[in-house]
Design a protein around this ligand. Structure first.
Ligand code: C2E
Ligand code: CA
Ligand code: CA
Ligand code: CA
Length: 279
């Protein structure tokens, strides 16, 4: 309730007005949301900077909440991580991506990678690689069209277990990207310890790339570092042509961001893919 005037109170019938009520509602309903397909994936294209072709999509989960409308992952992924539901949610995401790949392949569309975001808890579970393997088999999808995006927070806990899981995923043929690179405690030793194929430069460094010499130098160094280690580089959060030109000139391999496309529902992603080229 909110106070209105001196002694009049207005009661809102949804009961979802305060942050804690909203949070409570989301947490209570999340298991049902996963079980009853209230979740939906949106797809954001990743573009090759040499020919502007779409080389893949990142799958980003949203929750089509019956009362709250479209809820973004920052509002429920942390809850899912705290409650352990992230394992089930992650399984739903992986299955949906395999299903999407199978559908696009059946349509004869170009085969491009779908990238799945993985939370630390998922990557600590020994059974993850075999779960992924059976989903691939079940949907008859080759491993090299599935990519996983991890952040270095995976390294804060159970480093050995995580490295083992990642090596087994790599052995299946799954590509591994290091997301949000440069935003946290990244150190070169992490990059050496993990089987990483692609480094994704965090969007905070892209924002002012043109005006901040500091960020520009940093981005250029990350690109040459990655290349020297035999890795590819993608920049996220690319919103302007200026940023794009800077990155292309600096030798960045791929880019992703609103400049090309926002994350879009599957039907629109399919149309982008049929076109093939962006920008
Ligand atoms: P992320 O993996 O770093 O994803 C990038 C976020 O930046 C996405 O937000 C995306 O919509 C947004 N973005 C894309 N292009 C631009 C741009 O040009 N400018 C700006 N300012 N933002 C851009 P979103 O979809 O809200 O996702 C937020 C985070 O939620 C993701 O960050 C990821 O950590 C997490 N997440 C999303 N889907 C999943 C999932 O299926 N599983 C897990 N474990 N986490 C997920
Ligand atoms: Ca990501
Ligand atoms: Ca990111
Ligand atoms: Ca992030």
């Amino acid at each position: 309730s909110k106070r209105k005037g001196r002694s009049t109170y207005t009661y809102y019938d949804t009961g979802l007005n305060s942050t804690s009520e909203r949070r409570f509602n989301l947490e209570q309903r999340l298991p049902k949301a996963i079980a009853e397909d209230e979740l939906v994936l949106h797809f954001q294209p990743k573009v090759n900077l040499s020919d502007f072709r779409i080389v893949g999509f990142e799958a980003l989960v949203r929750w089509q909440h019956p009362e709250l409308g479209l809820v973004y992952p920052d509002d429920f992924i942390p809850l899912a991580e705290e409650t352990g539901l992230i394992v089930e949610l992650g399984e739903w995401v992986a299955r949906s991506c395999c299903r999407q790949q199978a559908a696009w392949q059946a349509e004869g569309l170009d085969c491009v990678a779908l990238a799945i975001n993985m939370s630390p808890l998922q990557l600590q579970r020994e059974e993850l690689p075999s779960r992924i393997e059976s989903l691939l088999t079940e949907h008859d999808v080759p491993a090299d069209v599935i990519e996983i995006e991890i952040t270095e927070t995976v390294l804060l806990k159970s480093l050995e277990a995580t490295v083992m899981v990642l090596r087994r995923l790599e052995a299946l043929g799954v590509q591994i990207s290091l997301d949000d690179f440069g935003s946290g405690f990244s150190s070169l030793s992490y990059v050496r310890t993990l089987p990483i194929h692609i480094i994704k430069i965090d969007k905070q460094f892209i924002r002012d790339i043109r005006n901040s010499t500091h960020d520009g130098v940093l981005v250029a160094s990350i690109i040459s570092l990655a290349h020297n280690l035999g890795m590819q580089v993608i920049a996220e959060g690319v919103e302007t042509l200026e940023q794009l030109i800077y990155l292309k000139t600096a030798g960045c391999d791929q880019a992703q961001g609103y400049y090309f496309s926002r994350p879009v529902p599957a039907a629109s992603a399919r149309d982008l893919l049929r076109n093939g080229v962006l920008a």
